[in-house]
Design a protein around this ligand. Structure first.
Ligand SMILES: NC(=O)c1ccc[n+]([C@@H]2O[C@H](COP(=O)([O-])OP(=O)(O)OC[C@H]3O[C@@H](n4cnc5c(N)ncnc54)[C@H](OP(=O)(O)O)[C@@H]3O)[C@@H](O)[C@H]2O)c1
Length: 251
């Protein structure tokens, strides 16, 4: 008889920001299939509604703009419905793809705020309760740009370099309370954020060739790592950025 209980998220509640699209939506499904109740956070009301209809398990939608939300309050109503949060996936993010010369203070601040500051402040709201209940899982989203610079992405790269260090600093601050803090570093996955990359078949092919596996990511490649980092199977892993990039950074 097989026993997969170490990967079970039964009776767990997971917050997923960016759940309306791309990687966050994929994570919401993966966590739901593993048994978690999902609090899905996003701006797009229609996408939230369809996610609530399609999720295999229980879910609650929170429609909000995280750049303008009061993070001390944004999950309050949802948590009253689901019970306390065990897992936080900080997945909402933007890449405005501007040459360095064109970056305005606003686009810089929005990028750093959504990609780096919101993950910290949202996590900090949830930590006291996680600590009181003996632990939790925080999963950030890093990037190939946590390690190297790509064109037209200076604010994005700075934010994702920050996410890698934020992840280590979160672990230093909170893992003695049983809270594991890790980041997934995706390679190239087709989402609205990477449409510019995938719409150019030469660039897409070049990126695929740079991997060891020989192809770009498919969203389902992120299911295993998401459930693993959310589950008790990863209880001794913290402060790590785990690249899911087909070997892009290895080559
Ligand atoms: N795709 C890749 O290859 C790749 C590679 C490395 C890292 N990443 C990272 O993965 C994460 C998800 O990106 P993705 O590729 O899945 O992109 P995506 O499909 O564009 O999804 C971005 C998500 O962020 C949400 N979001 C954007 N601005 C927001 C705001 N102000 N308030 C609340 N939510 C907001 C969007 O919500 P609405 O649609 O509801 O506005 C959407 O759900 C990002 O952190 C990105 O940097 C992606």
């Amino acid at each position: 008889m097989t026993d997969n209980s170490m990967f079970s998220l039964q009776d767990k509640t997971a917050v997923v920001t960016g759940a309306t699209s791309g990687i966050g939506r994929q994570q919401a499904f993966a966590l739901s299939r593993a048994g978690a109740t999902v609090i899905a956070v996003g701006r797009n009301a229609e996408a939230l509604e369809s996610l609530m209809e399609d999720l295999p398990g229980n879910g609650v939608a929170v429609q909000t703009d995280l750049l303008n939300a009061d993070l001390s309050d944004v999950l309050h109503e949802a948590v009253a419905m689901t019970g306390p949060v065990d897992i936080l996936c900080n997945t909402a993010g933007i890449n405005l793809r501007e040459p360095a010369e064109n970056v305005s203070r606003k686009s810089w601040n929005d990028t750093i705020n959504l990609n780096l500051s919101v993950p910290f402040f949202l996590a900090r709201e949830l930590v006291p309760d996680m600590r009181e209940r003996g632990g939790g899982k925080i999963i950030n989203i890093a990037s190939l740009q946590s390690e190297r610079a790509f064109a037209n992405s200076i604010a994005y790269g700075a934010s994702k370099g920050g996410v890698a260090q934020l992840t280590r600093a979160m672990a230093e601050a909170w893992s003695s309370d049983g809270i594991c803090c890790n980041a997934i570093g995706p390679g190239f996955f087709p989402t609205s954020l990477t449409a510019a990359v995938f719409n150019d078949s030469d660039i897409a092919a070049r990126n695929a060739k740079q991997t060891a596996v020989g192809r770009n990511g498919e969203l389902k490649d992120l299911d295993g790592i998401t459930v693993f980092l959310a589950s008790s199977a990863s209880d001794y892993i913290t402060g790590q950025v785990i690249y899911v990039d087909g070997g892009f950074t290895a080559k």
